[in-house]
Design a protein around this ligand. Structure first.
Ligand code: ATP
Length: 258
């Protein structure tokens, strides 16, 4: 018997008007693995994550978390399922008006009704996990560098010890060294929690580092998926063009020539 995947999308189609953004997309994220979806801008990566989170509803297909079809759940069942998720948003998405510790503790206080004192202790412990001292907890997001903001975003993502973590462009906008620090923290946090990770990125260095498995999305479909070790010998011209960042190849960019 095979293990039930942690997340599975089966033949998911999502349109906006006449535009098909996810086109019969299927993807399996095995339990305890880190799967990274790579692909160019506008190929449907964020829409895919939003469908799993229930922010968008696909017209067709099925989405399973631990074998349960999330598209058929009641609101309360869905809320219960969402508790399994932690999320590191693109740009960290911190609340500017709240000090760092309250940003990290937000879901614990609001969602899980944890007492403020206890939630603050958890927040400080999670900040320590991402290499930030308790004094950082008292600062406001505007007082932090981009790399520190990402680390705070990561501390928030792991605050409630999630079973599944989504990383949306975790290294975008960071210098290569800070990007690698974040990659290492992602690997450590996922390992610590025994979590399943689903990430989306354009950053091949990050994908190579944090992925057990890589899937490439193109025009709303998964055109290749396999172990990280096989990406360089995929035999797929689209994958080759993307991982080497070549302007010429089968992938055409919608760029107007002057
Ligand atoms: N709410 C929406 N309404 C209409 N179109 C949308 C909506 N959300 C996304 N789209 C369209 O769906 C397509 C895919 O968007 P998506 O954000 O998933 O791309 P992406 O692969 O995440 O790109 P990037 O890497 O640039 O973030 C885009 O053409 C986008 O304009």
């Amino acid at each position: 018997m095979t293990d039930t995947p942690k997340i599975e999308l089966r033949n998911v189609t999502k349109r906006f008007g006449s535009k098909v953004v996810l086109d019969n997309l299927s993807l399996v994220v095995p339990k305890g693995k880190s799967l990274v979806v790579i692909g160019g801008s506008g190929t449907g990566k964020s829409v895919m994550l939003k469908c799993v989170l229930g922010i968008l509803r696909p017209e067709k297909g099925e989405i399973f978390v631990d074998g349960e079809n999330v598209l058929k759940m009641s609101t309360s069942e869905r809320e219960q399922t969402l508790r399994k998720f932690g999320m590191l948003f693109q740009g960290a998405a911190l609340f500017d008006s709240l000090p760092v510790w309250q940003n990290v503790a937000f879901g614990l206080i609001q969602g899980r009704k944890m007492k403020r004192k206890e939630a603050k202790d958890v927040a400080i412990a999670k900040l320590a996990k991402v290499g930030l001292g308790p004094e950082v907890g008292e600062l406001y997001p505007a007082e932090l560098s981009g790399g520190m903001q990402k680390r705070v975003g990561l501390a928030r993502a792991i605050a409630a010890d999630p079973e599944i973590i989504f990383f949306d462009e975790p290294t975008t906008g960071l210098d290569p060294i800070m990007a690698d620090v974040i990659n290492d923290l992602i690997i450590d946090s996922v390992k610590d929690l025994g979590a399943t990770a689903l990430s989306i990125t354009h950053d091949m260095a990050s994908a190579r580092k944090i992925a057990d498995e890589i899937a490439m999305i193109y025009k709303g479909r998964i055109i290749w998926a396999g172990p990280r070790s096989e990406i360089d010998s995929s035999g797929n011209d689209y994958v080759d063009q993307f991982i080497h960042g070549r302007a010429t190849g089968p992938i055409k960019m919608d760029v107007l020539k002057p």
